[in-house]
Each structure stands twice: as C-alpha cells, then as structure tokens.
Ligand binder design. Structure first.
Ligand code: MG
Length: 159
C-alpha cells in the first residue's frame, strides 16, 4: 500500500468557467490556468502520481505543451487512472479539501464525488470532498483563489 498527497492552487480569473472535480459551478469567476484550472482534479492527480512514485502533474502534462491548453482535467485524471491500472494499482480511498471563501461547495459535493468516482472507475464512497474557508486569512480568505488538498491510498496486489 502507498499513500500520496497532492496540493494545488489556482487564482480566480474573469471570463472562465469555474470547474471543480469535473463539475461546472454557477459562479461569476473561474480559475486561471493552462488547462481548465480544475484545482481539485489537479490535487487529486498529484496525490495519485505521488503514491505511485511516478513524478508529478507538471512532468506528465507540462503547462508549456500546447496540447494541454484548455485541457479538460477529467481527461488528465482518466489518463492517470490508466497509468494506475497499467501498473496494477487500485484506488482504495481518496479524500480532498477545498479551501475557499466562495462559492459554497455543498450543493455540488455529491455531483463532484460521483464525477471523480466515475472517471476513476471506483464507487463514490471512496471519494471524499469537503470544503472549508480560511476565515478571511491569506489569498483564499481574500477571495483571490482556491487551494485544494488531496490524499489517496493505493493498493497493489503482490504477485
Ligand atoms: Mg493546477
């Protein structure tokens, strides 16, 4: 078994959709980024790659590569799920925390869990999603961006 941890931060930006865990939220600001800026997906991808000791998201999907401009992060997560399967890893459990002042995540939580679970081909029970504010402190508190933390537990059968 292996554990992995991932952390990502994206700044809010005008004129972009807000996509978290593959779900579009109704909010006037989106997240800046080379891809769709899905900070939650990116933290989860980094946690999985870290548990596999297979580098990080920047190595697999360089933000200098035009191929990933505007990329749907669910495609990136699906690719990482394929790497896990190829190497015999199974996702035992994943938990995530979003740090943001707004919007409220609770109306979208179940949709996000189901979307991430579908892409990773695991039951939604294995995907935790929660959110917290930073009590007005720091860049998240000022509403300048969103941080996402993820931890995963992977298991590989010993042959
Ligand atoms: Mg990112």
């Amino acid at each position: 078994m292996r554990i992995g941890i991932g952390l990502d931060v994206h700044a809010f930006a005008d004129g972009r959709p807000l996509v978290l865990g593959g779900i579009a939220l109704d909010y006037p600001l989106g997240l800046a980024g080379h891809s769709d800026g899905d900070v939650l997906a990116h933290a989860l991808i980094d946690a999985i790659l870290s548990a596999m000791r297979a580098g990080d998201i920047g190595e697999h999907f360089p933000d200098t590569d035009p191929a990933y401009s505007g990329a749907d992060s669910m495609d990136l997560l699906r690719h990482v799920a394929g790497l896990m399967a190829r190497d015999g890893w199974h996702l035992v459990d994943a938990d995530t925390v979003l740090v943001l002042e707004a919007p409220k995540i609770s109306p979208y939580r179940e949709a996000i869990r189901k979307r991430l679970a579908d892409v990773l081909d695991v039951p939604p029970e294995r995907i935790g999603v929660k959110a917290t504010t930073s009590e007005g402190l720091g860049f998240t508190g000022r509403g300048e961006g969103i941080a996402a933390h993820a931890v995963v537990l992977l298991e590989r059968a010993v042959s």
